[in-house]
Design a protein around this ligand. Structure first.
Ligand code: SAM
Length: 265
């Protein structure tokens, strides 16, 4: 793959006076991503600390330092933190998608301020397969548990992964993953009382003051779903993040999603 000649791998930040920058950041509404925009922090009081820098510190060693020639799709890009980090590593093309205009506007402003050439587009994960082609890296981070149909979305996302999927979700319950039998008899009810057995917690009302938190898996359920969607886990750099490669995402040349939807899986 060729690097576009008009893009520099090292972005050149723009020079907006700090007072104007602060005002423009505030006008874009409350930020979820704490970005450092030329010395001005966008979410300095985030309840998770310096987020998502704290996560990136743990995940970034599992991602190549040099991404020249690489394409990236960032699903649920929010304020653009991960898109910007991938661009900083030299990615040739980065496309960030999100359903929320406030976050997309923040991401566009952040990328422009930092001199990063990144595409941002309003699009739901459920429409991800309408984006032409596949991507070397797909980031699907912090979105899974916000979806009513999480596995359906994951099976759609997989269609876009040419190389690597970086997946992150909130995890609750047991973080122990044990090997399981390939089958259990119908009358074995005890297994379901084992906290390590794969489970997803369904939130009918709200969790953490956020009614869009729908399904929260434990670790075993998440790894089980990743395997079941045809992915091989190659790294688990922190307790909520898995780096995966597609290995058995198709059967007889057809994606699992398409087979399931037409009843042939
Ligand atoms: C918890 S934030 C995670 C942001 C970022 N990916 C990260 O890991 O820091 C969830 C993001 O997913 C976006 N989102 C929610 N539902 C979505 C959907 N159906 N399609 C795409 N993005 C979605 C939200 O707007 C929000 O920006």
């Amino acid at each position: 793959m060729q690097i576009e000649s008009n893009q520099s791998a090292v972005p050149i930040p723009s020079r907006i006076p700090t007072s104007e920058l602060t005002e423009r950041i505030q006008k874009l509404g409350e930020w979820f991503h704490n970005l450092d925009l030329c010395g001005v922090k966008t979410a300095p009081n985030h309840f998770l600390g310096d987020f998502p820098n704290v996560k990136w510190k743990q995940i970034s060693p599992a991602i190549p330092e040099h991404l020249e020639g690489v394409t990236v799709l960032d699903i649920g890009c929010n304020g653009g933190f991960y898109s910007i980090e991938m661009k900083r590593r030299g990615a040739t093309r980065v496309l960030g998608i999100d359903v929320d205009d406030r976050y997309l506007n923040q991401a566009r402003f952040a990328a422009e301020t930092l001199g990063c050439n990144i595409e941002f587009e309003k699009r739901s994960v459920y429409a991800v397969d309408q984006i032409p082609g596949q991507f070397d890296f797909v980031l699907f981070m912090g979105v899974f548990y916000h979806l009513r149909y999480p596995l359906y979305a994951l099976d759609r996302v997989i269609k876009k992964v040419r190389g690597t999927l970086v997946f992150q979700t909130m995890i609750r319950g047991s973080e122990t993953v044990r090997s399981l039998e390939s089958d259990y008899p119908f009358w074995n009810k005890e297994i379901f009382f084992d906290p390590d057995f794969p489970a997803m917690y369904f939130i009918e009302k709200s969790y953490s003051n956020d009614p869009t938190n729908w399904w929260i898996p434990n670790c075993a359920a998440m790894e089980g779903m990743l395997h079941s969607s045809g992915l091989t886990i190659i790294a688990h750099p922190e307790n909520e993040t898995w780096i995966c490669k597609p290995s058995q995402v198709t059967r007889d040349g057809r994606y699992i999603l398409d087979m399931e939807l037409d009843g042939t899986l």
